[in-house]
Every structure is written in structure tokens, then in C-alpha cells.
Design a protein around this ligand. Sequence first.
Ligand SMILES: [Zn+2]
Length: 171
Amino acid sequence: MTDAPSGTQPVPSPIDPADLATALRVIGRVHELPSEHPDVIAVRQATSAMYKSAKRERRRHKRNDIADANRAVIEATATGAPDRIDDETRGLDLAATSEARFVGELRKPQACYVCKEPYTQVEAFYHQLCPSCAEFNHSKRDARTDLTGKRALLTGRAREDRHAHRAQAAP
Ligand SMILES: [Zn+2]
């Protein structure tokens, strides 16, 4: 269902206009009865479903808006870009496309992949890291050690930082 702009034809209703008129007439008179009268309770229960579904729909819209806004920020980063192409074995280095240090702010905080602290400011390169962990990772990523004549043993996950290992392990 789409939101019809005002001035256009309303969505066709399966409710008979005469039935609707009766319902409105009854609802308009319910206040004449004591609030605990079974008829009042029946009308209240019947209408509460309508309020609840409207509330659910509003909440769902809000959640979708937040998710869309967060996705847009993540997709502006180097590691979270949907068209991310980096194959460092072929010399394709991943780089931030944004000049600014941060690409945006999340509407809903997410937990940092490393320190688990919630953060909203998203760094241009690492979409899963809080600003301080991102800064630390950059310093490690750019670190250089001369490994000439040495053997390198890589343990654990070396996904984000293959960059550093490859750059200096080559003879
Ligand atoms: Zn962190």
C-alpha cells in the first residue's frame, strides 16, 4: 500500500457506507453509557485493535527510517561499501573515498567490533569500529617493520590487516 497524496482518490474500502454510518452513529453514542457497560467494553475492544495496528505501523516506519539512515552512513565507508572491491593479492588496496575523517553519524548506535562500546560517529574507513579503535587500527595498518630474511607466521584473523602483512613480508 502506498501513501496517497491528499487530493487524490482514497483507497477503495470493502466496508459498506451504510455499515460505516451505523458504526459511527454507535461510537458517537457510546459515551452516554456507563464506562463499564458491556457495550462500551465491546466497542473499546473493537477499536483498540485499530489503534494498536496504527501504532505498530508508525513504529515500523520509524525503524525502517533509522535502518535506512544507518545503512547510508555505513555504505559511505571503505569497508562497508556495497561495491567494495579490494584484492590486495592483486595490488588493489582498499581506501576511503571520503576526504573527511567521518562519513556521518548513526541514528541508532552500534557496538564497536573490537571494544564493544556503542558509537555513532562512523569513520570513513572502518565501518565496524568506534573512532578510537579506528584510529588505533590505522596506526597498526600503516606500521612498517623490515621482515627481510625473517619468516612470518600469521595467526588468527588477518582480514582487515592483510595490507600491513603483505606490504612488508614481500622480499
Ligand atoms: Zn572500539
